[in-house]
Design a protein around this ligand. Structure first.
Ligand SMILES: [Cu+2]
Length: 330
């Protein structure tokens, strides 16, 4: 594909997908009719195995909880609300992803697909190395095959020590075609080892307010001194609800520029089933595990005891600064 084709794609990812899908067989789903287009939400289209999204980058004021706000950069997907972390992008193994990034910042940016391999070199998102940075007002269409099932990340690769902590990161999840199974290959154990009943992101970071106070955040929110847990909007962010007996997959990733987060569960253990998007041959059982900057783990917690159990960073400075969530087992 030439760069000119890419630029054409940047003009309208959904339109491109619609054109290519005309009258053809859908990868999945019987709906779509003559248009050959299966759209599950505005701006998202899946045609002939190409999953198209528009990812818009903008500067926002972000609430880390209660009335505490910080100046942030945020991604929004297909015209949705900008969030920190960015919205999770999902695909199914075998699809092609086409993500058109629209830069509404006052500074250049790019998107790097962290852990995605193989990927065409010119889709890697490194400014001045694999592409010119996307200027303010500009756009760029990334197109690459979805990697094997697992948890990946997308993040800015421009002025990284500023843009990433300010919020330009999010999960890219590639699903196994079989629902509820984490691994494509069961390796030595039965695939049931990696079965899960529900899942949550567990994206760790730190972010500063306008006067330089740092907040340690989980899924964009901080805990202490705030009413964050009680906010309806925070359900599923700092409160992780689960039923007794469930296996709960957390897709953990550390977006901090320089700090390790040793995450610790009370009241339950978890199996580490994948590291950096790749399945471990034998899951490792832990209740406390350090996650370095840029590292990610898929962990399956065992909700075997009812109660309200904290799930916190065991760098205790981070914990008292808000890096605490609550696992509620009903
Ligand atoms: Cu920490």
């Amino acid at each position: 594909m030439s760069r000119r084709d890419l630029l054409k794609g940047a003009a309208g990812g959904a339109a491109l997908a619609a054109t290519r899908g005309g009258g053809s067989t859908l990868l999945k789903g019987a709906a779509g009719g003559a248009a050959g287009l299966l759209a599950s939400s505005a701006g998202e289209a899946l045609a002939q195995g190409v999953r198209s999204h528009t990812l818009t980058v903008s500067a926002v004021t972000w609430s880390v909880g209660g009335r505490i706000t910080v100046p942030a950069y945020a991604y929004s997907l297909d015209g949705g609300a900008p969030t920190v972390p960015g919205p999770t992008i999902r695909a199914t193994a075998g699809e092609t992803l086409q993500i058109t990034v629209v830069n509404r910042l006052a500074v250049p940016t790019t998107v790097h697909w962290h852990g995605v391999h193989p990927i065409p070199n010119d889709m890697d998102g490194v400014p001045a190395v694999t592409q010119p940075a996307i200027p303010p007002g500009g756009s760029f269409a990334y197109r690459f095959p979805a990697p094997p099932p697992g948890t990946y990340v997308y993040h800015s690769h421009v002025d990284v020590a500023v843009q990433v902590p300010k919020g330009l990161y999010g999960l890219l999840v590639v699903d196994d075609p079989r629902p509820g199974i984490r691994a494509a290959v069961p390796w030595r154990r039965d695939a049931g080892e990696r079965r899960y009943d529900r899942e949550y992101p567990l994206v760790l970071g730190d972010i500063q307010d306008a006067v330089g106070n740092a907040y340690h955040i989980i899924n964009g929110k901080t805990f202490y001194g705030l009413d964050a847990v009680g906010e309806p909007a925070n359900q599923g962010r700092l409160v992780f609800s689960m039923n007794r007996g469930e296996r709960v997959l957390f897709r953990a990733w550390n977006a901090s520029a320089a700090e390790t987060h040793p995450m610790h569960t009370h009241g339950m253990s978890f199996d580490v089933v994948a590291a950096d998007g790749m399945d471990l041959e034998i899951p490792i059982r832990r209740h406390n595990m350090g996650i370095d900057p840029g590292e990610g783990f898929d962990i399956i917690a065992h909700a075997d005891t009812p109660g309200v159990w904290v799930f916190h960073c065991h760098n205790l400075h981070h914990a008292v600064n808000g890096m605490i969530a609550v696992n509620v087992v009903s």
